[in-house]
Design a protein around this ligand. Structure first.
Ligand code: PEP
Ligand code: MN
Length: 336
């Protein structure tokens, strides 16, 4: 971190700043130029309150050299992390496809969809038991019973399951879930992040609706700081001014994340677009951009879905998407 000090600052103020920096356990390197004096902060600057430094009368500018995320940082872990979810691998040359309904509606529905998506090439099953809905009057999910249905489908079909946790209160119900999802609306629920950080279980961390890539990586850092390094990031579109789509898929987040972090990153083209007809082109674009996998909503009767029918594919449409992905994967050195 580099602090540029204002020209007219007194020696007394300058010395006070230096001793304050040293009190944080950091060393300093001062270089006095003709027009500005610059202090280099040496050591672990992750605990420095950058806003506080900025607010000091004598400080002209503060520049962060080191990124504030450590465990997730590729600089300290150059090779790709491979996250294993009951034998399904994310990262490296792997390209898993998670598919299933937005929400668990009944045993019959989930098992029918699970069979169809497996047949089409899905490697994991999704389904929301706890649903974060915009309206409190909309279907809220089946809760713990929904998790039991997913477990039954797993038994019947043999696909590992991923489902969203909304509150630490229900953490015991997730004990026999293969991967825990943190949804967009909870990306900065720091207590929940810490709670899943204490689990010995992979986490699918979705990007918040209006969060920067760095904020997202800081959320991953929260989970990792508690000891759980098994994280897969999921870009699911961000809110922009564009109303033709539900969200705007931030494709450039994928190559940026590949530079910044060793964690795998998958894409959710369903929530990113909100429109089933956009799922195929957005899936292929994600493959092209270097994604490590996809999570796609599939329903056996989208018109009757209790949640997100407009963006859900029918099983045969999903099968068509998988076929197109398979054509592209060798071009990006990946395999399903
Ligand atoms: C979901 O995957 O079911 C979901 C609610 O997604 P998001 O948190 O990305 O909106
Ligand atoms: Mn959904």
């Amino acid at each position: 971190m580099i602090v540029t000090v204002k020209n007219q600052c007194s020696k007394r103020e300058f010395d006070k700043l230096i001793s304050w920096i040293k009190s944080l356990g950091l060393d300093t390197h001062v270089s006095a130029g003709a027009n500005a004096t610059v202090i280099g902060l040496i050591g672990d600057t992750s605990r420095v309150d950058i806003e506080l430094l900025h607010s000091l009368e004598i400080v002209e500018a503060v520049t962060r050299i080191q990124e504030p995320f450590k465990n997730a940082n590729r600089k300290f872990h150059p090779e790709d992390s491979i996250i294993d979810v009951k034998g399904v691998k994310f990262g490296g040359t792997h390209f898993p496809i998670i598919a299933g309904p937005c929400s668990v509606e009944s045993e019959k529905q989930v098992i029918e969809i699970a069979k169809a998506v497996k047949e089409a090439g899905a490697t994991m099953l999704r389904g929301g038991a706890f649903k974060p809905r915009t309206s409190p009057y909309a279907f809220q999910g089946m809760g713990v019973d929904g998790i039991k249905i997913l477990q039954k489908a797993r038994e019947e079909v043999g696909l590992p399951i991923v489902t969203e946790i909304m509150s630490e209160k229900y953490i015991d119900a997730f004990e026999d879930v293969d991967m825990v999802q943190i949804g967009a609306r909870n990306m900065q629920n720091f207590d929940l992040l810490k709670a899943v950080g204490r689990l010995n279980k992979p986490v699918l961390l979705k990007r918040g609706l209006a969060n920067t890539i760095q904020e997202w990586l800081m959320s991953a850092e929260y989970i990792m700081s508690e000891g759980n390094n098994n994280i897969v990031l999921c870009e699911r579109g961000i809110r922009t001014f564009e109303p033709y789509t539900r969200n705007t898929l931030d494709l450039s987040a994928i190559p940026i994340l590949k530079e910044k972090t060793h964690l795998p990153v998958i894409v959710d083209p369903s929530h990113a677009s909100g429109l089933s007809r956009l799922v195929k082109p957005m899936s292929l674009a994600s493959v092209g951009a270097g994604a490590d996998g996809l999570i796609i909503e599939v329903h056996n009767n989208p018109a009757k879905a209790l949640c997100d029918g407009a963006q859900s594919l029918r099983p045969e449409q999903f099968a068509d998407v998988v076929k197109a992905i398979d054509v592209m994967l060798p071009l990006v050195n990946k395999e399903r």
